[in-house]
Design a protein around this ligand. Structure first.
Ligand code: ZN
Length: 281
């Protein structure tokens, strides 16, 4: 069975294994609202099909994900967005509600999906792309994969699904954020963020073989195992950390907007944002 959405595909690739692919390779799988909600529809299909026991998540093209599509920022009135995140007032209220639903909320939902999920990561995995990989239970990376969260340089304190300390440990989480360095698959593996590193050409076959082995286990025991380990992470304060981090993240967004507004008041609208002046007819 295969179902094609606008920017994602869902396919049953083995008796109990579904593969979900981000399908926006021309934009390096940049994640806009459409892709987010298409992925959610795919995850729902996998969750609702009792025959499916393991879910793979990958990205078409040379790169797993270039992160959030910055051009779709500010489109908080997108009808795709559900009632929690659709706030028309504007300001911090709209922006925060949007990110709470579309970024943090969706990631939490996928992280808690009651079946094992495995990310297959090749090429670049940037910022919002980390969130997609991190929500999966296992991460298999190809040897050309790299990971980076460069958003401190943009004036915010890390991506919205703030799992850095749980993925990397406290000191390396700080290093990733403070430096914005790109880490290769081997480094991510050494730190325990990635389960296995395999040659690029073997990424899918290796991951599928592992999924097939996992699919031989009883569904309920898999579900309970996932829940038990996720509960351990919950007990390390993951949820509270993320709620606080999202608030800090939005303090950064608000600060940046205020500083931009100040600069505009002082220096005028930068050339690149000015409306082109129409020539007289
Ligand atoms: Zn944000």
């Amino acid at each position: 069975m295969k179902k094609t959405f606008e920017l994602a595909t869902y396919e049953v690739v083995a008796p109990h294994v579904a593969k979900i692919m981000q399908n926006r390779p021309q934009a390096r799988n940049a994640q806009n609202n459409r892709l987010t909600y298409d992925l959610n529809a795919c995850f729902d299909l996998a969750a609702q099909d009792e025959d499916i026991k393991v879910i793979l998540l990958g990205g078409e093209g040379p790169h797993f994900s270039s992160g959030h599509d910055l051009r779709s920022f500010g489109k908080f009135e997108d009808p795709l967005v559900g009632t929690w995140g659709l706030v028309k007032e504007g300001g911090v209220h709209s922006h925060y509600s949007f990110e709470q639903e579309v970024f943090l909320g969706m990631c939490r939902r996928w992280r808690d999906l009651p079946k094992p999920t495995i990310a297959m990561v090749q090429g670049k995995c940037i910022a919002g792309g980390l969130m997609l990989a991190w929500v999966c239970d296992l991460i298999i990376a190809s040897d050309d994969a790299s990971f980076v969260d460069p958003v401190v340089a943009m004036g915010v304190c890390g991506v919205e699904y703030f799992n850095h300390p749980y993925e990397l440990g406290i000191r390396k989480a700080k290093e990733l954020l403070f430096t914005g360095d790109v880490w290769d698959a081997q480094e991510a593996h050494r730190l325990g963020m990635v389960n296995q590193v395999v040659p690029r050409a073997e990424l899918e076959t290796y991951t599928l073989a592992m999924a097939n082995r996992i699919a031989k286990m009883p569904s309920f025991a898999l579900k309970m195992s996932k829940q038990a380990v996720n509960t351990a992470q919950n007990n390390m304060g993951q949820r509270e950390t993320m709620d606080t981090s999202l608030a800090l993240h939005h303090m950064c967004h608000a600060h940046n907007r205020e500083m931009e507004a100040r600069a505009v008041r002082k220096e005028g609208v930068p050339e690149k944002f000015r409306e082109p002046v129409k020539a007289a007819e």
